[in-house]
Design a protein around this ligand. Structure first.
Ligand SMILES: [Zn+2]
Length: 355
């Protein structure tokens, strides 16, 4: 295993500046560091409660100057996070295999082992197309892969990452393990390895665990061409599978059900999942987001941060304004719950071509 100091040395070398985040008792404290020893010193002072995270990509110092305190250290109550647009370069491709578990709890040993198997499967899959070895981490509740890279934060790279993460999500997610396709945004946080991950109460079956990472001796970068080739592979796969009617945007999951989703009773469906909150205006309704456990801030009572739209000719809609849910649509909810067909008043009838 690598020490936290070694991990931070690599991160300073590649990213230059690191944001450290301490989340405890529903509060967030943030600071920025260009020195691994200073970061480690401050992290140790806070390590006894909550959870510690850092950024993994290169931040433009000029872009966040307004936020920096004199010493850049974590200041209690300082809650401004690094915005995505302040990141100039992706230094890591971060892949997260999360074990399925009840909201707000830690993983069982068995579920964690399943996530490990999945993570090693991806290492083999990418090694087969020439990718170098990644750092492999245990986050406390799941397994991480960190591939070193150097990709500019551009719309082109954003589209490549969207294709890769949703492609890997299709290949590696099921009921037991989720490949988290949301962890691709430039200012994404990752746990500070060496710190303890605390989710829910620590029990014999679901203990809090100390995270760790193992960095390869010769941690090589994945070439931008390799990243582009993988993105291209998944983008073509998506184009091949997309139904002709209601074309699916890149990154959205395939929906294979038989229901006519223009006749999906979206209110009854969310109601059945205990996720309906109440009407807003027009055809909009507040709901409890199916991924609310991933949100970093709490929801207003009206549920206006997460909404559904009743169908108006096409499919009904879903939108959540939390950054963790960026890009998620009604298709993601269908894929998550898998029972939308039962709430449709009819089956989808494919048009038969007349020859
Ligand atoms: Zn959400």
């Amino acid at each position: 295993m690598s020490t936290t100091q070694e991990y931070l040395n690599w991160l300073i070398r590649d990213a230059g500046l690191i944001e450290l985040c301490h989340m405890a008792h529903g509060k967030l404290d943030v600071g920025w560091y260009d020195n691994a020893a200073n970061l480690l010193h401050d992290a140790r002072l806070m390590a006894r409660s909550g959870n510690l995270f850092t950024t993994i990509n290169r931040i433009d110092l000029e872009a966040i100057k307004g936020y920096l305190t004199e010493h850049r250290r974590v200041v209690p109550g300082k809650t401004c996070r690094t915005p995505d647009q302040a990141v100039t370069r992706h230094c890591r491709l971060f892949f997260d295999f999360d074990s399925a578990r009840p909201t707000g709890t830690s993983s069982t040993t068995c579920a964690l082992a399943e996530a490990e198997t999945r993570a090693h499967g991806l290492v083999r899959r990418l090694a087969a197309v020439g990718w170098p070895a990644p750092a492999i981490g245990m986050s406390g509740n799941g397994w991480h892969l960190q591939y070193r890279t150097a990709l500019p934060n551009t719309p082109e790279v954003k589209a490549q990452l969207a294709a890769i993460y949703s492609g890997l999500h299709r290949e590696f997610s099921d009921d037991a393990v989720t490949f988290d396709r949301t962890v691709r945004n430039p200012a994404r946080l990752c746990c500070l390895y060496g710190s303890v991950k605390r989710k829910g109460p620590s029990t014999v079956e679901r203990p809090h665990r100390q995270s760790w990472i193992k960095i390869p001796k010769d941690w090589k970068q994945v070439h931008p061409r390799q990243v582009a080739a993988l993105a291209d592979y998944f983008a073509r796969q998506t184009a091949d599978r997309a139904p002709k009617r209601d074309a699916r945007p890149v990154g959205a999951p395939a929906v294979s059900g038989r229901g006519d989703y223009t006749r999906l009773d979206v209110l009854a469906w969310f109601g059945a999942h205990g996720a309906y909150v109440g009407p807003l205006v027009g055809n909009k309704h507040g709901v409890r987001c199916p991924w609310s456990a991933e949100h970093t801030s709490s929801s207003p009572k009206t549920g206006s941060d997460s909404i559904i739209y009743e169908a108006d000719g096409g499919w009904p809609g879903f939108h959540c304004s939390h950054s963790h849910c960026d890009g998620r649509s009604i298709r993601d909810v269908m894929s998550l719950w898998g029972d939308a067909d039962a709430y449709c008043s009819g089956e989808f009838v494919r048009e038969v071509a007349h020859v």
